[in-house]
Ligand binder design. Structure first.
Ligand SMILES: Cc1cc2nc3c(=O)[nH]c(=O)nc-3n(C[C@H](O)[C@H](O)[C@H](O)COP(=O)(O)OP(=O)(O)OC[C@H]3O[C@@H](n4cnc5c(N)ncnc54)[C@H](O)[C@@H]3O)c2cc1C
Length: 284
């Protein structure tokens, strides 16, 4: 597989609406609207339009009927590690497909960031697994939110979803780095009996993010900085020791480097490109 052109390719892929078998860039809201064609898709898909909104910054999604609905109430949050928490927000009438993400912002700010939906399709409130990023602008502010606070929550979108109408007996391998586990948590909550293996790569065993929510026989934790995981090292170290199944669908979510490395590894093992789907959270 050629990897040298990956930075350039995703925007074109998104423009063609392609997802399967290639790395697709999903830019943050503020960048996407400026540089990436998928921002147009976002508006078209939701039948909405962007307009000025004094409560939630400059960009606010409005329906065609014009009823504004970006502000929601925070229900609470639960701390999973020193820097990672699950934020619960009132769901209202919002519908989504497991695996989708949406942009969150703060009243009075023009900034927003995208977050995969952590909760299941039928769950209420809606939840997000968020890591406070050192030097980051919004994640640290989201960490301060408490029950009753306001948050701007835009419409869900994205095609990092399981085959419709339901996954059936299809085998899945979910590979996550860090909070990239969020869409997989939503899959598992949404589809009981899902035939999956989940591989989570983190630094330390304390980052096993609600491991008890998954079938223990299907969950493998790789820790790179301690030996508390099922596997010591990166997810690629684990995958190198495993046979690849050309009939399994592989979903990769998290940082770009992990996704690039796993993608190349699967390619070398003969997994068809069409069987690999990706969601990139950040590049560096
Ligand atoms: C489709 C999509 C879904 C996402 N889902 C989630 C999610 O479920 N949970 C979640 O925590 N984040 C998720 N992100 C990342 C999120 O949008 C923000 O980038 C992140 O919270 C940092 O925002 P910030 O404003 O604090 O930092 P910023 O000021 O925006 O960025 C600071 C720097 O941190 C880098 N960065 C971003 N995320 C991380 C990270 N996790 N670890 C280390 N460095 C990072 C950025 O690339 C940037 O260089 C997702 C991103 C995308 C594109």
């Amino acid at each position: 597989m050629e990897t040298s052109g990956l930075h350039a390719a995703p925007a074109h892929a998104a423009a063609r609406g392609e997802q399967k078998g290639q790395l697709e860039y999903r830019g943050r809201g503020r960048l996407a609207s400026a540089f990436f064609p998928q921002a147009r898709t976002k508006v078209e898909r939701s039948n909405g339009r962007f307009t000025n909104d004094p409560k939630c910054g400059m960009l606010s999604l409005m329906t065609q009927a014009g009823d504004e609905r970006p502000v929601s109430k925070v229900i609470g949050s639960r701390q999973l590690t020193d820097s990672t928490f699950v934020l619960s927000v009132e769901r209202g009438e919002r519908q989504f497909v497991a695996g989708q993400h949406l942009a969150l912002g703060l009243p009075g700010s023009h900034e927003s960031r995208e977050y995969s939906i952590y909760s299941g399709r039928m769950d209420s409130p809606i939840e997000f697994l968020i890591k406070e990023v050192d030097g980051g602008l919004l994640s640290k502010e989201f960490a301060k939110l408490r029950a009753g606070d306001s948050i701007c929550m835009y419409e869900p979108w994205g095609a990092f979803t399981l085959p419709a109408p339901k996954p059936g007996p299809q085998k899945f391998m979910f590979v996550a780095s860090g909070t990239g586990i969020a869409p997989f948590h939503s899959f598992v909550r949404t589809y009981p009996g899902l035939n999956y293996q989940l591989l989570l790569g983190v630094r330390q065993g304390s980052e096993a993010y609600e491991r008890d929510h998954y079938d223990a026989t299907r969950f493998v934790l790789c820790t790179s900085r301690d030996t508390q995981g099922d596997c010591h090292g990166r997810v690629t170290d684990y995958l190198k020791t495993q046979p690849a199944d050309p009939n399994t669908l592989y979903y990769l979510c998290g940082n770009y480097e992990m996704i690039k490395d796993v993608y190349s590894l699967l390619d070398a093992k003969g997994v068809p490109k069409d069987n690999v789907r990706t969601e990139v959270y950040f590049y560096f």
